[in-house]
Ligand binder design. Structure first.
Ligand code: NAP
Length: 463
């Protein structure tokens, strides 16, 4: 059994689910393709109504959905509720704006013989969506919302530790009125991934996850000559300039590094602070982290959740040991972690240099790398000295200069005076080893669309 619900707060196995067989996978592909042929002809008004209804159902049963996520991957209940809201917002966004984002474009032509040229947006077909556990609903909706609205159909391969959150979508979309086959969760074993991507009816794959998984799955897609998008890891710089409001910046830093127990692709993983405010920032940051409260993620008073699994906590411990061996200093903070559950003691790493092999790694949990720099120029250089290019932020009272610094940071997203945000109406995507392609808004919906050129020529004009 690969797919299991294990409560990371207690480490108890709650439920297990068998892998899909090849016959089940083939049946799902056939059903998704057959659904696609009808769904692409279905009026936008019907597709819109399905998304709007799914958003309504999520909001109406917010608490139930949130509790399931907290059970399976341990995030604190308030954050789980916020994730349900965000997922509903994304569905609603595409219900309201999706059709207009795909409007036919008339191309102005300079010569009469070129005819009347238009670009129509048409869906590609069945898509495979491979998603991670850290936002079990939001990650799925980022692909399913726009792509279902566009007329594509979806096969979901979710992370093996959130099988019930994955199955929830079959039920949600069915209740929202989506035709059978148009969305299907599969407990797909890794050794059948290539089989799915190879199938001629499957026209693309969207993956969010690690660099390793992204490279494997994008290679399958490339071999089969199919479109892929990759949303991978990150090590976001959180740059603090000398004129920043330190008290508010520290609050954002503590939040930016510790929400979702530090397991966010756009967590503020590297805090890069200029010398003149470094000591004040560090002292206040220590106090902020120390005040976090670990405990039952269902308890609204808990502010620092367990990690998603004991395996994730063990992996982080090994990474921190390696960083120390490489020359970093580790300082643990806060009350001692609870005896059971996949908790990790909040840790600050200082003395990290580019000579330390860990310097270029992504730490997925409550571990803060804090780097002292002389000035703004060095802060930018350090921010860019990363294999990743996902998000980042700059804290300064001078927002005009903040915008200039943001332009110099080599990532897909930079926020001034806020950690990297996730919102329904802001596009999301990275560069470098953080992947390629976008999700959300107009950019996301265009990823799996045939921008078809149709040219109507007057037969008498050409000759
Ligand atoms: P992961 O191991 O790559 O898992 C992500 C998904 O890929 C899971 O569904 C996983 O399934 C699947 N997968 C992994 N190897 C596979 C293979 N060989 N064949 C088929 N499927 C495979 O990622 P993770 O470590 O759990 O998740 C955290 C990573 O995701 C971090 O690096 C984080 O930064 C990144 N992330 C990026 C974004 C973004 O938008 N850029 C957002 C969130 C997270 P199994 O569970 O069955 O292995």
């Amino acid at each position: 059994m690969t797919y299991q619900t294990i409560n990371p707060y207690t480490n108890e196995t709650v439920a297990t689910f068998p892998d899909a067989t090849i016959a089940e996978v083939d049946a799902a592909i056939a059903a998704a393709h057959s659904a696609f042929l009808a769904w692409r002809e279905t009026p936008f008004s019907t597709r819109t109504a399905v998304l709007a209804k799914a958003a309504e159902l999520l909001r109406a049963e917010r608490r139930r959905y949130a509790e399931l996520v907290t059970l399976e991957m341990g995030k604190v209940i308030g954050e789980a509720e916020a994730e349900v809201d965000l997922s509903a917002d994304i569905l609603q966004y595409y219900a309201e704006h999706g059709e207009s984002l795909l409007e036919t474009i008339t191309v102005p032509v300079a010569f009469a013989a070129e005819g009347e040229v238009e670009i129509v947006s048409q869906p590609l077909g069945v898509l495979l969506s491979v998603e991670p556990w850290n936002f079990p609903y939001y990650q799925v909706v980022r692909v399913a919302g726009p792509q279902l609205l566009a007329g594509n159909t979806i096969l979901l391969k979710h992370a093996s530790n959130v099988p019930q959150a994955a199955a929830m979508f079959d039920d949600l979309f069915e209740r929202a009125g989506l035709p059978a086959g148009a969305f299907k969760n599969l407990y797909l074993p890794h050794n059948l991934t290539e089989h799915v991507i190879d199938d001629p009816r499957v026209r693309g794959v969207a993956l969010t996850g690690s660099e390793e998984a992204g490279a494997i799955i994008a290679a399958y897609a490339a071999k089969a000559v199919k479109k892929s998008t990759l949303e991978l890891g990150g090590s976001d710089a959180f740059v603090v300039l000398g004129d920043a409001d330190i008290d508010k910046t520290v609050q954002w830093a503590v939040f930016g590094r510790h929400w979702n127990a530090g397991q966010v692709c756009v967590s503020a993983k590297r805090l890069i602070v200029v010398d003149e405010v470094f000591d004040e920032f560090l002292e206040k940051y220590r106090a902020g982290v120390t005040a976090l409260k670990m405990g039952d993620p269902m308890d609204p008073a808990t502010t620092l959740a367990p990690l998603s699994s004991q395996g994730a906590a063990d992996k982080l411990a090994v990474q921190v040991e390696k960083a120390i061996t490489g020359g970093a200093r580790a300082e643990t903070l806060g009350e001692k972690v609870p005896a059971t559950g996949a908790f990790y003691q909040p840790t600050i790493l200082t003395g990290m240099t580019s000579a330390n092999p860990s310097y270029y790694e992504e730490f997925f949990g409550p571990v803060s790398i804090i780097i002292r720099v002389q000035d703004e120029a060095e802060a930018i250089a350090v921010a860019n000295d990363s294999p990743f290019g996902l998000g980042g932020s700059v804290f300064t009272r001078d927002t005009v200069n903040g915008e200039k610094v943001a332009r110099k940071i080599e990532t897909g997203m930079v926020y001034v005076n806020h950690p990297t945000m996730v919102k329904a109406d802001i596009p999301f995507g990275g560069v470098k080893h953080s992947g390629y392609g976008h999700e959300l808004t107009n950019l996301g919906i265009q990823e799996f669309i045939n921008k078809k050129v149709i040219d109507i020529v007057d037969i008498d004009a050409a000759f």
